[in-house]
Design a binder for this molecule. Sequence first.
Ligand SMILES: [Fe+2]
Length: 428
Amino acid sequence: MLRNVLLYTMGLAVLSQANTLWSAETSAAETAPLIKCSPYLQAMDQNSVTVVWHTTRPSISWVNYQEKGVDEEPMTAISSTYGLKDIGLIQKITLKDLKPGTTYTYEINSKEVTKLEPYKFDFGAEENMKDKDGKTFTFTTWPEKADTFSFVMINDLHDDNAKHEKLLKATGADTAAFICYNGDIEPDKMNDNDMFTKFLNVPINTYAWEKCFFMLRGNHETRGAMSRKMHDYFPTKTDQFYYTFQYGDVFFVNLDCGEDKPDGNKEYGGLVDFDSYRTEQVEFLKKVVKMPEYKKARYRVFFCHIPPVGGQDSDLIIRKTKLDGTVEDSKVLDGDPWHGDLEIYNKFLPFMMDNKADLLLCGHYHRLFNTDYIQNGKVLPVLVNSNVHGVRLDVTPEKITYHVINQEGKEVFSKDIPARKKNRWKIF
Ligand SMILES: [Fe+2]
């Protein structure tokens, strides 16, 4: 249903722009290059990847790609919906049936559609892009097996491009398998230009043509006019913002926290429905924890922008380890929990506590909390990252080590999470 709504909305948007662009009047956009930006990779896994780029006028697009170093004719991928090739301003082409752990070269192509009437078609500019600053576009699919790898989490950037660039460098993102943006990255955007100038230009210009990133929503991605177009910019395999993926022996679950205040709060104008949306994710989680891939994984890592907090009446102990090594037990993180914290505590946390989750990664509080959640003899490490640090996570067969790193590249905290043994809960 959501997909249909999105497609309908996209269609209206394209037609609206088309009515202007397909008229006889010359607009400034008609003189701009057709391909607006170099591509960024989304939803990568062992066998597929979605290549995304934008055009200045409605276009059809395709990708030519081939295995690097193999002397064969390039393959071509297109995108179509209901049998019709997609025409729009955001180009999203999924390459399928790729080989795991294999490097491919690729080129992006767009052709402007200037008239679309029954039996009458006109086409404008056609453009091709195949490199970034002279470097041929390539990507490497995720390997089938990976005992050792690293990934990076960045959260709560709140439009700060300088901080974004510093954290990518500080966390060594260039050697990470992927980057996960864990919410409040793209707050309150009002138009397409904001999406580029306040976020997208950084990954597009530093790494995103060859390395995938995941964009998880925080509570701020749900605000402003662009909130209803977020998925168009950042497609996922499920057409949802909550989904799972696997890299090596790690099973990842990306959860979508929703808003932090009750749906009826005046700040939302009666336009949100997050309580039922979080309940929808309960049904999703019921299925996830039964998946063989979940059960077999060496590690199970969850992302959720807002951390779960139950408040003073809960039976949860939040054991905080401070930077000086001292430990403090509490029922809360910082003050009384808000509605969103409680919802995630009640609806999401039980699945993690009861199904051997190994790590929960959060943000939102703009403060660093290095914690273990302890409840009924079960322990879940929870890192609530601040808005000024980045996190690099190194995975080995023996442990996951997370490093909290400041913008100057200095590690301020690290923690080892050993691979689970049958009795791991008893060691705490
Ligand atoms: Fe937040």
